[in-house]
Ligand binder design. Structure first.
Ligand code: ZN
Length: 223
């Protein structure tokens, strides 16, 4: 098959695929009227169509160039893939872990003028009620504190479940318990365990895990 034929055929297949995807997603819109079984069937069909999109997209050489979307991304006029993110994929499999995107880390030594220019990804997924946020950016000059402060390149992952927030970056693992009844303006302290008096330590429902050489292995917080 010569190139022109390739392109024509692919365009045709993608057009009909997008029609099918639109049809399924329009059914999702009034999914509250749907039974559980029916919803599952539509969900599965959408996943399968998504897979077909992935495969067809791989054949696209983005011959017709890109168009700008409202959120300033450039997407291929034919296959709808985002420019410069060809390795990005959404794949919800039935077996094994669900996968959304590929792992990203800071990828430049440069300090950028603005956070937007330095940002690689900052996205949140609401996953069965738990919020997961991944924020990856290169170094940039912050104007937050008047004079430009250089913010370091980072990859920060945050998970929020009910009143518990956990944030993990290269240097710190931070767990915060949000208490709705806590009055605004009340003080917040911090300290290493050996700095706190034994009788005060007893307020903290924390268990340390360690090995025979007292190497730290983890901790448990009782709720
Ligand atoms: Zn394309």
């Amino acid at each position: 098959m010569y190139k022109g034929q390739d392109k024509k055929e692919l365009k045709k297949q993608l057009r009909s695929l997008f029609k099918s995807m639109d049809f399924v997603s329009s059914n999702f819109r009034d999914s509250d009227k749907m039974g559980k079984k029916e919803f599952q069937a539509f969900f599965n069909i959408y996943q399968q169509l998504g897979l077909a999109w992935e495969f067809l997209g791989l054949q696209c050489k983005h011959w017709d160039g890109y168009k700008k979307t409202k959120d300033k991304k450039e997407i291929c006029k034919i296959c709808g893939k985002v420019k410069g993110a060809d390795d990005f994929y959404i794949l919800l499999t039935r077996k094994g872990p669900l996968k959304l995107g590929v792992k990203v880390k800071p990828n430049s030594q440069k300090t950028f003028e603005t956070k937007e220019d330095a940002q690689i990804v900052n996205e949140t997924i609401d996953f069965y009620g738990a919020l997961v946020n991944v924020d990856v950016h290169n170094s940039y000059k912050s104007r937050l504190f008047g004079k430009g402060i250089k913010m370091a390149a980072e990859r920060i992952v945050k998970v929020k479940e009910e009143n518990v927030e956990c944030s993990v970056d290269e240097h710190v693992i931070y767990i915060r318990l949000r208490d709705k009844d806590r009055k605004v303006g009340r003080k917040r302290y911090g300290g290493f365990p050996w700095e706190i008096r034994k009788k005060d330590l007893k307020h903290f429902p924390v268990i340390f895990d360690f090995d025979e050489k007292y190497r730290f292995l983890g901790l448990t917080i009782l709720r």
